[in-house]
Design a protein around this ligand. Structure first.
Ligand code: C2E
Ligand code: MG
Ligand code: MG
Ligand code: MG
Length: 289
C-alpha cells in the first residue's frame, strides 16, 4: 500500500522521492571516495579590515570536483556528510590541509602571511571525544601558533550537545580563536555569548543584505556593535557585496568584513598574488575581485 488512502497524495514511495533518495545515496557513496581520489580542495576567502580592505585573514572553504557532476556546492554535500557521519573524516582532512597551508604561508611569507586562517567545524566534529586534543596535536606537528587558527562554529552546533560546548571551551583554552558563524540565523540564544568563549561574531549575510535600507536588519546590525564592544568581541560582517554596504558597516563600527565586494573564495596561489599586490598598492575600495 504505497499510496495512502486519500488518493493522489505524495508518500515516501513516490517515484520522485525515490529518485531524490537514490541521488543522495549515490552522492554520499561518491563523497566517501572523494578524499582518496583527490577530488576535494580548499579555497580561501579573504576577511578584510574596513575601510581600506587590507587582508586580516582567510576562511578555508571546501570544494568538491565530482568526476561527472563537476563542482558540487558545500551547501549540498556538507549537510549530506553531516547526516551520514562522514563529516568527521572530511572535517579532519579540511583541518589538516588548512593548518599545513597556514604553516607554509608563515614560513614562506613571514610577516606578510595571512594573520589568521578560519576553518568551519560542524556539530559532529565538536561532539567527537578527543577533538580538541586532535587539533592541539595537529598544530604542534605543523609548528603553528594556535593564535593563527580560528574555529568557526554555528549557534546550532554549539547548542546541540553539552560535549560541543565543552569542546569549544577546550579549543579556546588552547589559544584558538572561536568565531560564531551565521550569527542570528540559528537557535540564537544570547546566553551563548555568556557561556561560550566567543571572540568573533560573524553577522550573517541576511542581515548585511538589508543594512543600507530602513530595515529591521539594519537596526540589528547596528545594535550588535554595542554587544560586541561591550563583550570585547570583534564583529565580522559576512556577505558584503557592495561599496555602499561596506561604507555603511564601517560607519556602524564594523572593523572586519568578508564578501564578494572585497574578494571571492580563491586558490592559495591567488591569495599569494593578492598579498603581493597589497604591498604595492592598497586600493581605495578594497581588494579587487
Ligand atoms: P559559511 O561558513 O557561512 O561561508 C560563507 C559562504 O558564503 C561561502 O559559501 C562563501 O563563498 C559565501 N559568500 C561569501 N561572500 C559572499 C557574498 O558576498 N555573497 C554571497 N552570495 N555569498 C558569499 P560556500 O563556500 O558555498 O560554503 C557554504 C557553507 O558550507 C559555509 O558557509 C559553511 O557553512 C559550509 N562549509 C564550507 N566549507 C566547509 C568545511 O570545510 N567544513 C564544514 N563543516 N562546513 C563547510
Ligand atoms: Mg564560515
Ligand atoms: Mg558564515
Ligand atoms: Mg553565512
Amino acid at each position: 500500500a504505497a499510496k495512502a488512502a486519500g488518493g493522489g497524495r505524495w508518500t515516501w514511495f513516490d517515484p520522485i522521492m525515490d529518485q531524490i533518495a537514490d541521488h543522495d545515496a549515490q552522492l554520499a557513496a561518491d563523497l566517501r571516495q572523494a578524499i582518496n581520489r583527490d577530488e576535494l580542495f580548499l579555497l580561501y576567502q579573504p576577511i578584510v579590515e574596513l575601510p581600506h580592505g587590507r587582508l586580516a585573514g582567510v576562511e578555508a572553504l571546501v570544494r568538491w570536483r565530482h568526476p561527472e557532476h563537476g563542482l558540487v556546492s558545500p551547501a549540498e554535500f556538507i549537510p549530506l556528510a553531516e547526516r551520514n557521519g562522514y563529516i568527521v573524516e572530511l572535517g579532519r582532512w579540511v583541518l589538516e590541509q588548512a593548518v599545513h597551508q597556514a604553516s607554509r604561508w608563515e614560513r614562506g611569507l613571514g610577516a606578510d602571511a595571512p594573520a589568521k586562517i578560519s576553518v568551519n567545524v560542524s556539530a559532529r566534529q565538536l561532539g567527537e571525544p578527543g577533538f580538541p586534543s586532535e587539533v592541539a596535536a595537529l598544530l604542534s606537528a605543523a609548528g603553528l601558533d594556535p593564535a593563527r587558527l580560528t574555529i568557526e562554529v554555528t549557534e546550532t552546533a554549539v547548542l546541540s550537545t553539552g560535549v560541543a560546548l565543552d569542546a569549544v571551551r577546550a579549543l579556546a583554552a588552547l589559544g584558538l580563536t572561536i568565531a560564531l558563524d551565521d550569527f542570528g540565523t540559528g537557535q540564537s540564544s544570547l546566553s551563548l555569548l555568556v557561556d561560550c568563549p566567543v571572540s568573533w561574531l560573524k553577522v550573517d549575510k541576511s542581515f548585511v543584505d538589508g543594512v543600507t535600507l530602513d530595515s529591521p536588519q539594519a537596526v540589528i546590525v547596528d545594535s550588535l556593535i554595542g554587544i560586541t564592544e561591550g563583550l570585547r568581541m570583534q564583529a565580522v560582517a559576512e556577505g558584503v557585496e557592495t561599496a555602499e554596504q561596506a561604507e555603511r558597516l564601517h560607519r556602524a563600527g564594523y572593523r572586519f568584513a568578508q564578501g564578494y565586494h572585497f574578494a571571492r573564495p580563491m586558490t592559495d596561489t591567488d591569495v599569494e598574488l593578492q598579498i603581493a599586490a597589497q604591498f604595492d598598492r592598497i586600493p581605495a575600495h578594497g581588494l579587487p575581485n
